[in-house]
Design a protein around this ligand. Structure first.
Ligand code: SAH
Length: 397
């Protein structure tokens, strides 16, 4: 049994007692046993109360991430197997395979495995290892993902900035199996998409938008649609499937647009109904405004402008800018479907930004629906940070 420990400052045990899994550096009074990056430490309150077991991360301001709040838990291979199996059971319980063959199997903290993301595509699992603790157990976790999913092929996409905060290098590529095809075909809500799990963004596809893409199908009939930040065409295809009159789809990534065009062809849609524009949305929206273009449905799904709270203010200006322009581009009775996936910006603030944008655009708008991430990206009740994707459907007029 480990004798490595961290002892919290007085009063700092409160969030752990509420099962919030992060221990910030400022909450730690001392450590003992010389814990190394990723090693398991016992977490103790200043009074010596045993609070659980965590992974130590000496370089991160999140100094430890709790594996288990049970003081009698043993953090070993069997522990992780149980967690990943439970995550798989949750996806079975929500009947995920009814709508897709590409889904998130493990969603980090919300599935009790901080720092581990696993996305499953047909025959290929893609892992992201984002914390020192998950890195420490890397080989065990990858073996278990293979065992539980039955995927021979595993790709790693640990090529995200947060690795640096944990003192970890970027790592990506094929790590198990061979003959990974350059693209994997997935099916989601009756549509097919090519996914590039090596060169694409995130793990290749924005799985978190699945249920919102389905909503777009229901809202597009006979509408002129603008899909800003279209990536590989998810909302574009859904618009066309829903009977949109036309779609204008904008993204700055040429690679994404290449795949998007192939996705359109893959589903047999008439390419004349959609126009791809490679460009900067901030600029393109202004150009459309200056040309007095109008739309009936606008989707804004930008990248994270505020990964952490530190960038919230700057991000707020960017969100306000694009939402204001979108409101101006909507006909009376038009619909704005607007998102923020910024962890550093809460739902209330996002709604306020959209409200200010409508005010400045001189339009009245109502929220008719609140959107969030797909069910395979669960939210731990005591870890509100896991509810990162916020969306609003607003009707103008
Ligand atoms: N809605 C998409 C996901 C969008 S992700 C889906 O369901 O699949 C955000 C996209 O914004 C990425 O494709 C990225 O290339 C693009 N992007 C980022 N900044 C941009 C900018 N300033 N102008 C245009 N596109 C941008």
């Amino acid at each position: 049994m480990t004798s490595k420990k961290i002892i919290l400052k007085p009063g700092k045990e409160k969030s752990i007692l509420h099962h919030h899994p992060w221990v910030f550096s400022g909450a730690v009074a001392s450590s003992s046993g010389n814990p190394q990056p990723g090693e398991t430490v016992e977490v103790l309150s200043s009074g010596g109360e045993r609070l659980g077991w965590a992974a130590y991360s000496p370089y991160s301001s999140i100094r430890a991430r709790v594996w288990s709040f049970d003081p009698d838990e043993v953090i070993n291979e069997e522990y992780f197997y149980r967690k990943i199996e439970a995550a798989a059971r949750l996806r079975t319980a929500i009947n995920i395979t009814k709508e897709t063959n590409a889904f998130r199997l493990v969603h980090g903290e919300a599935d009790g495995v901080p720092g581990l993301i696993v996305d499953c595509y047909p025959d290929v699992a893609v892992v992201q290892i984002l914390s020192a603790g998950a890195e420490y157990w890397r080989d065990v976790l990858i073996d278990q993902v293979q065992q539980i999913t039955g995927c021979k092929t595993v790709v790693e996409r640990s090529d995200v900035e947060v690795r640096h905060l944990e003192g970890l290098p970027i790592r990506e590529g094929l790590i198990r199996g061979e003959n990974l095809p350059p693209r994997i075909k997935i099916e989601e809500n009756g549509l097919h998409y090519w996914v590039d799990v090596i060169g694409g963004q995130k793990t290749g596809f924005y799985l978190d938008q699945r249920q919102n893409r389905k909503r777009i199908m229901a809202l597009s009939k006979d509408r002129e649609v603008l899909n800003a930040f279209c990536y590989t065409g998810g909302f574009t295809l859904c618009g066309l499937a829903g009977g949109a009159r036309s779609v204008l789809s904008i993204d700055s990534s040429a690679n994404a647009l290449t795949l998007a065009a192939e996705n359109l062809a893959l589903n047999g849609f008439n390419p004349a109904l959609n126009q791809w524009v490679e460009g900067n949305v901030f600029k393109e929206l202004r150009t459309l405004r200056d040309r007095n273009k109008q739309f009936d449905l606008i989707i804004l799904d930008p990248p994270k402008f505020a990964p952490t709270a530190a960038q919230a203010q700057k991000a707020a200006r960017a969100y306000k800018d694009i939402n204001l322009l979108a409101f101006k581009l909507l006909r009376n009775g038009g619909i704005l479907v607007t998102f923020s996936c910024s962890g550093g910006l809460g739902r209330d603030l996002f709604q306020k930004i959209v409200a200010d944008a409508a005010l400045d655009a001189g339009v009245e708008a109502k929220i008719v629906e609140m959107l969030s991430q797909s069910a395979d990206h669960p939210v731990a009740l005591n870890f509100p940070e896991s509810a990162y994707l916020k969306g609003l459907i607003c009707v103008v007029g």
